[in-house]
Design a protein around this ligand. Structure first.
Ligand SMILES: C[S@@+](CC[C@H](N)C(=O)[O-])C[C@H]1O[C@@H](n2cnc3c(N)ncnc32)[C@H](O)[C@@H]1O
Length: 206
């Protein structure tokens, strides 16, 4: 497919997308917020006062939503390789999550009190080479899980964007050994034709 045909299709899809229309009338920065909102409404993820780490947070709609849900006594740390406009009540870290310096910065900001949730909407830049893209996705997932193991308080949760493909089944098994419940979530705002879905791992066994 030529680039112009695929951009034309993208524009047509955007024009018809109810979530694109809805987000334009809201204060949220991206339609991605409706995916998190639906999972939260179904699974009751957030409570006032929690500490939440948002990985791959730009432009920031998940962080906006989480900051509202955890309230003034909560703490939200948003991390992205891209710069983000400030969000009230959110600590923003700009850096590549695959780099040690970024992870160290994140750990410093979390401090000794740990976290209640790690959420990740991270997706690597897609090259179109499917195996290489999937390997990069799985690497980001493993890094998110590593962070979760380091910082989650007993009973803490991990939510991650996943693309169906090689390595996902083994990763889910790994999660099942560490968490009490693991479920697949495909919110309505996640396009049907996309391989994207979310894995929610609840209640880490510590
Ligand atoms: C789908 S967007 C996230 C949208 C966000 N949840 C929102 O609600 O606005 C995925 C993000 O992952 C980020 N990302 C991908 N790889 C990353 C990495 N290695 N380190 C940090 N961020 C990364 C991208 O820069 C991009 O902003």
């Amino acid at each position: 497919m030529s680039k112009s045909t695929s951009s034309k299709r993208w524009l047509q899809r955007q024009g018809k997308d109810p979530y694109v229309k809805k987000v334009r009338q809201s204060h949220y920065r991206s339609r991605a917020v409706y995916k998190l909102q639906e999972i939260d409404q179904k699974r009751k993820l957030f409570k006032p006062g929690q500490t939440v780490i948002d990985l791959g947070a730009a432009p920031g709609s998940w962080s906006q939503y989480v900051a509202e849900r955890v309230g003034a006594n909560g703490k939200v740390i948003a991390l992205d390789i891209l710069s983000m406009e400030p969000i009230e009540g959110v600590i923003i870290i700009e850096g590549d999550f695959t780099e040690q310096a970024t992870l160290d910065n994140c750990l410093t900001n979390i401090g000794n009190s740990g976290a209640d949730l790690v959420i990740s909407d991270m997706a690597p830049n897609i090259t179109g080479i499917r195996d290489a893209d999937q390997a990069k996705t799985m690497y980001l997932l493993e890094l998110a899980l590593d962070l979760a193991r380091q910082v989650l308080n007993p009973g803490g949760d991990l939510l991650m964007k996943v693309f169906e493909g090689a390595g996902v089944d083994d990763f889910r098994k790994e999660l099942s050994q560490l968490f009490q419940r693991v479920s697949n979530e495909k919110p309505a705002a996640s396009r049907d034709q996309s391989r994207e879905f979310y894995i929610l791992a609840r209640h880490i066994n510590i």
